[in-house]
Design a protein around this ligand. Sequence first.
Ligand code: 9D3
Length: 230
Amino acid sequence: MQIDIVTIFPDYFREAFDYGIVRRARAAGLVEIKAHDLRSWTSDKHKVVDDRPFGGGDGMVLKPEPIFAAVKSLTSASRREEIPPAKRVVLLSPQGKQLTQSLATEFAKREQIVLICGRYEGVDERVAEALVTDEVSIGDYVLSGGEPAALVVVDAMVRLIPGALGSETSAATESFTDGLLDYPHYTRPPDFEGLRVPEILLTGHHAEIEQWRRAAAEAKTKRNRPDLLK
Ligand code: 9D3
């Protein structure tokens, strides 16, 4: 998989992919990740990427021309209809559909993902209308730009690439796929300053441990994420 990030802050990503599963997937050649400076697709002396909003209002808007040029040079496509199924062009925006495990799984099947990071007050709407295949938000809170959202999308996708996780784990058997939160985990010591590990986990009674974990996962889900049980 090839991941191309288009941003006015390419340095933001300098060490971001050098840790854990993402680092290992890169080292294994499963994914190549590049952060590109949007300003490299400007043609004026001052490399201007933004302009004032038509109709008035505060702040600046990212201009369409450098973004269309970036997508053209990275994918050969000038419009959404020219983007083949093996490629997705994703605009990170607070107005997007929310990222889910299911959407990350769809992205992880593709050969190339282009992530466009918005900044300022927004991005000229013609990018969302005519260029991108997906407009994606990571949740209902306000970020300063699309860059932290791009990190989240990359992480969620890369760990789903076949071979990216160690042989011990499979992405399919983890939390969110069965609709419950994960069960609680404990390790040594069995008594930490009077905080005790549930006795059943120390017994080796595997069937009862399974039952306990299921009940504990349901209790935790009811407390922290009742919406998942509805
Ligand atoms: C103060 C400006 N806001 C008016 C309500 C609009 C606004 C514009 C641009 C708010 C945030 C941003 C920058 N955010 C993103 O580009 C972004 C984002 C987010 O803010 N939340 C969740 N997901 C995402 S993906 C990209």
